[in-house]
Design a protein around this ligand. Sequence first.
Ligand SMILES: Nc1nc2c(c(=O)[nH]1)N[C@H]1C(S)=C(S)[C@@H](COP(=O)(O)OP(=O)(O)OC[C@H]3O[C@@H](n4cnc5c(=O)[nH]c(N)nc54)[C@H](O)[C@@H]3O)O[C@H]1N2
Ligand SMILES: Nc1nc2c(c(=O)[nH]1)N[C@H]1C(S)=C(S)[C@@H](COP(=O)(O)OP(=O)(O)OC[C@H]3O[C@@H](n4cnc5c(=O)[nH]c(N)nc54)[C@H](O)[C@@H]3O)O[C@H]1N2
Ligand code: SF4
Ligand SMILES: [Mo]
Length: 680
Amino acid sequence: MQSYINQLDGVFPSVCSLDCPDQCGLLLHKKNGKIIKVEGDSNHPVTKGNICNKVRNMTARIYDSKRLSQPLKRIGAKGEGKFIPISWDEAIDTITSKWRNLINQHGPESILPYSFYGNMGNLSAEGMDRRFFHKLGASRLERSICNAAGAIGYGYTMGGSFGIDPEETIHTKLFILWGINAVSTNMHQVTIAQQARKNGAKVVVIDVHKNQTGKWADWFIPILPGTDSALALGLMHILYAENLVNQPFLEEYTVGSAELREHVRQYDPATVSAITGVSIDDLYTLARMYGSTTPSFIRIGNGLQHHDNGGMAVRTIACLPALTGQWVAKGGGAMKGNSGYLAFNTNALQRPDLLQNKKTRVINMNQIGQALLEKEKPILSLFVYNSNPVLVAPNANKVQQGLMREDLFTVVHDLFLTETAMYADLVLPAASSYETEDFYNSYWHNYVQIQKPVIETYGQSKSNVELFKLLAASMDFKESAFQDSEEDMIRQALDFPDNPYLEGITYESLSENQFVKAKMRPLFSGKLRTPSGKIELYSEQMKQHGYEPLPTYTSIVKDSDLPFLFIPAPNHNFLNSTFSNNDKHISMEKEPKLHMNAVDALKLGIDTGDMVRIWNERGECILKAAPGDTVLAGVLVSQGLWQNTPGRKQHINTLTPDRLADMGNGAVFFSGRVNLEKIL
Ligand SMILES: Nc1nc2c(c(=O)[nH]1)N[C@H]1C(S)=C(S)[C@@H](COP(=O)(O)OP(=O)(O)OC[C@H]3O[C@@H](n4cnc5c(=O)[nH]c(N)nc54)[C@H](O)[C@@H]3O)O[C@H]1N2
Ligand SMILES: Nc1nc2c(c(=O)[nH]1)N[C@H]1C(S)=C(S)[C@@H](COP(=O)(O)OP(=O)(O)OC[C@H]3O[C@@H](n4cnc5c(=O)[nH]c(N)nc54)[C@H](O)[C@@H]3O)O[C@H]1N2
Ligand code: SF4
Ligand SMILES: [Mo]
C-alpha cells in the first residue's frame, strides 16, 4: 500500500470524507509530519480547487485539543462525562467478554450496531463493520435517517438513483433548486449554475426558507412545508392544459401520460395555491417558464423529503422533466442523487453471507429511542460509530432516556467525546479519514476517489477497519474476510461486472489518477430499471406496494394542535453534528437562531434578538428570535444540530417526531409542530 505517512513535508492528495454530495478533491500540506493546511485540488474535474470553509478549517478539528487519543472507561453516571483512560487490550477484552455473555444468555440480537456516514469512506462506513456484525448475528440497523424516502420515491419514477451528470448542467438554461440549500450543502452545483447564468440561465429556488440559496436565486418561491407534490401536480395541470408537454417524448419514453393528464385536472391553480401558499400568478409563471425552457434541470434536495409525504413528493417532482422531454437534452432532466452510477459490489464488501441466512431483526435508526426503551427482547448492548445519535436522531429525549438504562452496555467509537459518547461505558478513539486508506464514491458527481494515509494515526486512535479486525480476532472469527487489507477490500468492492459504469475503475487506476469517472452513457441509450423500462408516470409497482399509482398529494400528519410547523434544517458551518464540538466552527456559525415571520412575531410581541422558548410534547428549546420575511407565517426554521450549552437548550432534535415517512421508513424531521413564547 502506498502511504504518505513517512514523508514529513510536502503536499499530498486527499478526498473530503464528509457526508456531502460534492466529495471534493483535497490537497493536504504537511510540515514536520503534521497537516498545516487543507486546500482544494485544482485538478479535480468538478470541484476544481474550491472547498468550503468548514474543511478549509479542518486542521482545527483534526488537531483539536479535545480530540480523543486513548480508550476511556466510564467512572461517573451515564451522561455525566467522567471517564478514565484504559488500554486497547482492556477495552477490546471488556467488549468481547461482555458480548460473549450476552450472546450466551440472550442471543446475538441483543447487540445493535448504530452507524451512519460520519466518514463516507466505503470501508469505514460499510466494510469490515458489516462483515463483523453479520458474522456476530447482531440485530441489524435500518439506515434510513437521510435520503431513504426520496431515493425510493425517485426510483419508482426513474428506476434508481440515476439523474443527470452535474457536469452537463453547464448547458442548463433553467435551474430549479427544489428543497435544497445548495449554497451550504452542494456548493459546486452553485458554482456550475453561476457559470451557466453568464450564458443566460435563470435560477429558481423553491424552499420554505429564504436562506443563502434563496437569496442568491433569480426567483425565490416560498412554499408551505410538506406541500411540494401539490405544487408539482399544479405545474403538470398547467403544462397539459396549455399543451406545453412534449408528446413524442411522452409516447416513446414514458408510461401513463394519458392517465396522468386526466388525474391532474383536479390540481387546478386555485386548489394548488390554497394548499401550497404559492400564488396563482406564480404558478402560471413557473409552469410557463418550465414549459418553454430547454434544457431545464431540477435539483431535488433532501430537505423536502424529510416529511411524512416525502417519498411521494420526490416521486412526483421526478415526473416533471418527462413532461417536457428534458431527459434527451444535454443539461436537461433532474437529480435527487446519483449513487446508482457508482454502485459497487456490496456483497463482496459487506459479506451478508456471513449471516448464514439468519433472519435477524431489523431496527430503524430513526426510532432508536423507542427501540432502546422496548422491554420485550431488549437491546442490551449498543455499538455506535460514524454517528452521533443523541444529536442527530429525532425525539432526542427518548434517545437519552434509552441510553440512561443501567443494563445497557454502550460503546462509542468516535474522534470526540460526543453527546452520545457521554452515555457510553467505553469510548474508543477513532482515526480520521486522512489517517486511513479508503475509497469514496460521490452521490452527486460521478467520480470514484482514493485516499492513502497521509498522517500517522492520532494518539492511540484506530480506524474503523482496524477496530473491527481487532474485535473479530478477539471473538475468534476465523474467516479470511477478517484478514483482508484495505487494498484487498477495495479490489473486492470494485470487481463488479454487473455495473458497466464502473468499467476501468480499479485499484490501479485510482492509485494512479486519484479520481476516475464512471463510464457514462446516455440515460436513455437502453432501458431504465423500472419494471416497464420507461419513466413511470403511472406505476403498477407502486400500486402493488400499496401506494397511489399516480403522483398524488396527501398532507403531512397534523401531530398536534400547536400553531407552528418547525423546520430544523442543517446549517452552513457544521456538517450534521460534525463540527458542533469544534470551537473554530462554532465561532464561524456564531449561534442558532429561530427564523419566524414578522407578522407572527408582532402578534406575540417578539423582537429581533429576543430569547424564545419553543416546545411540544416531546421537548423544548431556547433560541434567539430572528423575525423577518424569510419564512411564511406559521413556519419556524432553525439551522444546525447544536449541543446544549450551560443555560441554553438548543438541542433541536428534542422537538422532532420519530414517526416514519411514507416510503423507505425515512425520517420526518420537518413535519413536527411546536408552540412558541417569548422568555420574559
Ligand atoms: N453545510 C452543510 N452541508 C451539508 C450538511 C450540513 O449539515 N451542513 N449535511 C449533509 C447531508 S447529510 C445532507 S443529507 C445534505 C442535505 O442538504 P439539502 O439537500 O440541502 O437538504 P436540507 O439542508 O436538509 O434541506 C434543504 C432545504 O429544504 C428546505 N425544506 C424543508 N422542508 C421543505 C419543504 O417541505 N419543501 C421545500 N421545498 N423545502 C423544504 C429547508 O428549508 C432547506 O433549505 O447536505 C449535506 N451537506
Ligand atoms: N433536526 C435534524 N436532524 C437531522 C438532520 C436534519 O436536517 N435536521 N439531518 C439528518 C441527516 S440527513 C443525516 S445524514 C444524519 C447524520 O447523522 P450522522 O451520520 O450521525 O452525522 P454526524 O452528526 O456528522 O456524526 C458523525 C459522527 O461520526 C464521527 N466520525 C467521523 N469519522 C469517523 C470515523 O472514521 N470513525 C468513527 N468511528 N467515527 C467517525 C464524527 O466525529 C461524528 O461524531 O443526521 C440527521 N439528523
Ligand atoms: S464538506 Fe463538501 S464542499 Fe466542503 S470540502 Fe467536503 S465535499 Fe467539499
Ligand atoms: Mo444526510
